[in-house]
Design a protein around this ligand. Sequence first.
Ligand SMILES: [Zn+2]
Length: 429
Amino acid sequence: MNRLIIKGGRLIDPAAGIDGLYNIYVMGGRIASVKKAESDASEAGPGVEVVEANGLIVAPGFIDAHAHLREPGFEYKEDVRSGTQAASAGGYTAVMCMANTRPVNDNESVTRYILKRAEGAAAKVYPIGALSVGLKGERLAEMAELKAAGCVAVSDDGMPVVNSALMRRALEYSKISGMPVISHAEEPVLAGSGVMNEGPVATRLGLRGIPNAAEDVMVARDIHLAELAGGRLHVAHVSTRGAVEAIRAAKARGVRVTAEATPHHLALTDEAVKGYDTNAKMNPPLRSREDVEALREGLRDGTIDCIATDHAPHSTIEKDIEFDKASNGIIGLETAFSVVYGLVEEGALSLNQALAAMSANPAKAFGLEGGKLTVGSPADMAILDLNGKWKVEAAMLKSKSRNTPWAGKELKGVVVKTVLAGNVVYSRE
Ligand SMILES: [Zn+2]
């Protein structure tokens, strides 16, 4: 039975309301005790591993509610192994992976395959099943079967569910199964062939735009359907002020809805597209300064529960081409904490809010173990150096893909170690 002590770090556990200097004792993969560092005179016995965390932050391991691990089918972009290593390097101890694999994760054999591949990996993997068979938006996938196989939610992420009656039925089943339905809120006809945010920047660049309304109308629809069906809705990658306002109003009247925003939608605007950099191309697109401010306000007041990466690995074949033709999305697991910490440094949100949105809140939204460091909880931790800086060198990343807008940039806030079930699974050299 492994034993580990994390000594003298500043423990921040938003779920328990703890922020102070503590020694954390781990036994058998779980938190055995948490003692105030100043009054703890216990000696580490033989065979006990000690991690000195003086000057560092000890937080619950991060939980990503939205990642694409690409396996099965697209292993040239990422696989479960490389994706979980990237997660671990980013302080993540759990990752929920989307169903748009090949074959699609719309049945138990694919779910079981993913879980098999995740055995012994550097982070826990929670598969998300497809909402519809083949992501085609026609027939509901077998949600009970997916749940029994280990899925924690359903989503056609990447593809909007255009058929409102199908979405209603998915939400009705979610009431029975308890599995949240994750909405990729996009009205595809309105989004059309847009490749970036509709607005003055798109006009100047001569690129077709996607209006905010493409997201706003679908978020509004899904909220009304969740209300009608009594199901559990989670809105993925919120990018617009209108969506934040709709979710805020829905929560106020008791609709069972949660939401996430990505680090890039919180940190960047559509100005990033100016150099036609395909690492600024994503869906939903990077929006205006006003939208970014609304997302930040939404995080501060709890309208947006989670920060999720939407880690979307693509090879150079899909990215190093004309902006119009390039695939959407960027990788995000390894840079998420530093980008979010940048927002803390700017004063856009508190460190406690940032850590809650990356650990406690996703655990709560999806009923997952973890996200807290109280006695008996899994010993899943991220050890962080807030003063540390690192230069993002794409070649050094654990992900198989390199599509990050932060390549070459210096970021503040470093993940020093990641602990999974009491084992140090990542250590920064
Ligand atoms: Zn996605």
